[in-house]
Write a protein of this length. Sequence first.
Length: 228
Amino acid sequence: MPNGYEINDLVKEDSWRMFRLIGEFVEGFDKLSGIEPAVTIYGSARLKRDTVLYKQIEQTAKKLGEMGFAIITGGGPGVMEAGNKGAMEAGATSVGLNIELPEEQNVNAYTTKSVSFDHFFIRKVMLVKYASAFIIFPGGLGTMDELSEVLTLMQTHKIKPFPVILFDSDYWKGFLDWLRHTVLAKGFISYEDFSLLRVCDHPDEVTDAVEQWYNKQELMGKPALDDK
């Protein structure tokens, strides 16, 4: 009997399951094709609606939407909901990439395009593939996982370097201090890796950073949205 742990169960099932995985990729590619330019927003599903941060995320997504960017989130509550809400207010494409969990996570009410996935790793590909910037709002283990994965993909040249924006300097200070004083000090990362990160405390700083990078790519004659 399956034990309910997805990765462990994979080895116990017939190879036909691979067709389900391929089907999820195909559905994601089909539904998301053509949404560029887009910005992916990460952060906690536990964020409450009546917080300053929720309003800042909503405002950030709205500004980006008004600039012509689609907004991509994980489709759930909290940070994701705020991002999709701002995108919808701007009349922009608002994408929610939901994940099926034992404790059901419903797609929030502010998506104009949604896809549901059974497998985290396929959803992660979709969150990265179509984005030309990544905004990391405060979050927990899932957010840290997504942040480190995006940085690793850039560090190892698996995807092109795009802005990775950490929102709320106070929240991320401990993490950045640890990277500088412990990880970098031991030689486990390079100083150049920090060039991938930007820290912002206001929605206008975020939109300015994204816009400046995007315009720079166009001035240099480089497609800002090359396939990854």
